[in-house]
Design a protein around this ligand. Structure first.
Ligand code: F6P
Length: 551
């Protein structure tokens, strides 16, 4: 059912009008317990959602909406392996990848858990072989560099985790990520590694992705050119992670060098699968398991906690509240921690590829907004670029601020400054600065009266701009696992309420198809005129100047 057909929808529309008449300032002044009432702690995570435009009734109405949209039943369906990815007729079982208690989970009547455990064992053994030096390159040298080749979900999650948790890295192993088909990406990486000590991981769920296959082919050619050219040595330097065994074989990867996962793992939900092998190699298998454990804790919590105490559910509900009832159409992710600098990139795919949809479960077009546009950048840098708009612009952007209480470095004075800035920004967005406050400030300045009057409106901050703050006591594999699982489930909650399929991504297909046919024209060196005049002009311009460039 479309959410707009529920009883709660109209009630929320009315309720929004009531809340719009008050302000966050007033809400905080009226209730000294607000922060207590609107924050939750889970293990080492504090989730403070008190700076949102909500009262208790808002949460009640939003949870009613979730219930009307059958969220409890849908959560059970996901955990029980039902084919909730209805356009692809697949389960969405990333939770099975971190089901550390071995609860049986069946797909088509078969328990998937033994398969998951078998791959985990293979990952553990492989990781040990690399770390112990048992697995060596073709000249008998230890592997020192891992080049992970993948894109989208086969890149962003592992890249984020490896970058964020560098502190935990194993000695003498470097990782490099290559995703872009821009040849500079692979060229720069190959310049940094030595073939005899490098392991290439080709990570692709489908093993048909143009960018990944081209990068993998280039890496393979480079390897052969820079070694003895013996194809047999490939087995010591290339492994593949995929659901597509045949395509891996066709690429020349021997079966023992393949790590499997399954079509019930969505690409953007796959870092917990063998796609995360690079994480185990870089940080150690034990830390990969801790990452899974953190996610598993959240899975259990998500499945059992009442909605009003359930962090991922509340995250999803807040997003629906702003996108659908306040019509705020973007959503900012601002981590105040350099280690989380890739979080906005990762969440862009997770959220927008999942919920950037316009067709409901019954196939009809929908007439309400779905995913907000997700963007963001680390603080404090972002304060000096786009925060002007956040504070005084005409768009209102709900923000997730994130930070860690314990820094990784010894400069605790820096950390105090960083955290002071984070807290100040959320306070400033909430509170703003009124005309009276500005007038008072100006009164004490040396400006002449005319200047004071002219300047006054420019210095007013409307405030009342919502944000959520997530504080991790420490960034560890476990807390990061929990954090990422919260965002995964948040996305699912929104998808259920919006009555869309969060697990497919048909919208990426058209561009891929066209790129193939346009490439044919480029390779043939002439346009077919089958495309529109703009596209043809671009192609002609490219072909004309490309020739001149290469000649
Ligand atoms: O183009 C989108 C997409 O299909 C993503 O959903 C996926 O994560 C990415 O491409 C990579 O796909 P694959 O792992 O099959 O190479």
């Amino acid at each position: 059912m479309k959410p707009t057909e529920t009883k709660s929808w109209q009630k929320l529309i009315d309720h929004q009008r009531v809340i719009a008449r008050t302000s966050l300032r007033e809400l905080f002044d009226a209730n000294p317990n607000r922060a207590e009432e609107f924050s939750l702690e889970f293990d080492d995570i504090l989730f403070d959602f008190s700076k949102n435009l909500i009262i208790e009734q808002t949460i009640r109405l939003l949870t009613d909406l979730a219930t009307e949209q059958k969220l409890p039943e849908k959560i059970e369906a996901m955990f029980n392996g039902e084919k909730i990815n209805f356009t692809e007729k697949r389960a969405a079982l990333h939770i099975a990848l971190r089901n550390l208690e071995d609860r049986p989970i069946k797909v088509d009547g078969w328990d998937v858990v033994p398969k998951v455990n078998a791959v985990l064992l293979k990952m553990r053994n492989f990781t040990e072989m690399i770390h112990s030096g048992f697995w060596r390159g073709y000249r008998g040298e230890r592997i020192t560099d891992i080049v992970h080749i993948g894109i989208g979900g086969s890149d962003l999650g592992p890249r984020l985790v490896c970058d964020a948790l560098k502190e935990y890295r194993k000695p003498n192993i470097n990782v490099h990520f290559v995703s872009n088909v821009d040849g500079l990406d692979i060229a720069q990486t190959l310049n940094q590694v030595v073939p005899s000590r490098t392991l290439f991981i080709i990570a692709s769920k489908s093993f048909t992705t143009q960018e990944t296959l081209l990068n993998a082919t280039t890496a393979r050619e480079w390897f052969l050119k820079n070694t003895n050219g013996n194809e047999k040595e490939i087995a010591k330097h290339f492994i593949a992670i995929s659901t597509n065994e045949e395509a891996c074989k066709a690429f020349g990867i021997p079966p023992e060098n393949m790590f499997h996962f399954w079509n019930w793992v969505g690409g953007r939900f796959s870092l917990w699968s063998a796609i995360g092998l690079v994480i185990a190699l870089y940080l150690g298998y034990e830390n990969f398991l801790k990452l899974l454990e953190g996610a598993h804790q959240i899975d259990k919590n998500f499945r059992t906690e009442p909605f009003e105490k359930n962090i991922p559910v509340l995250m999803g509900l807040l997003c629906i509240w702003y996108t659908n009832f306040w019509k705020y159409n973007t959503y900012g992710i601002i981590p105040y921690d350099l280690r989380l600098k890739l979080l906005p990139d990762y969440l862009q795919q997770l959220i927008m590829e999942s919920n950037g949809k316009r067709i409901a479960s019954d196939g009809s077009e929908i007439d309400y907004p779905t995913s907000p546009i997700v963007w963001g950048r680390i603080g404090t840098d972002s304060q000096h670029s786009f925060f002007q708009l956040l504070h005084q612009g005409t768009h209102i952007v709900p923000i997730d601020f994130l930070a860690c209480v314990e820094p990784e470095h010894p400069f605790t004075n820096h950390h105090d400054v960083l955290i002071a800035n984070l807290i100040a920004q959320s306070e400033a967005l909430t509170k703003g600065k009124t005309r009276q406050e500005v007038a008072l400030e100006l009164e004490n300045s040396n400006l002449d009266p005319l200047e004071k009057t002219e300047l006054l409106p420019h210095k007013v901050f409307p405030g009342n701009r919502p944000s959520t703050t997530i504080l991790l006591r420490k960034l560890t594999p476990k807390t990061l696992g929990s954090l990422l699982a919260c965002y995964e489930h948040k996305v699912f909650v929104e998808g259920v309420i919006l009555d869309i399929n969060s697990f497919d991504q048909w919208g990426v297909e058209l561009g891929k198809q066209l790129a193939k046919s346009i490439l044919k024209e480029i390779e043939a060196g002439k346009t077919s005129n089958a495309l529109n005049s703009s596209t043809n002009k671009l192609l002609e311009y490219y072909l004309k100047h490309r020739k001149r460039y290469y000649e």
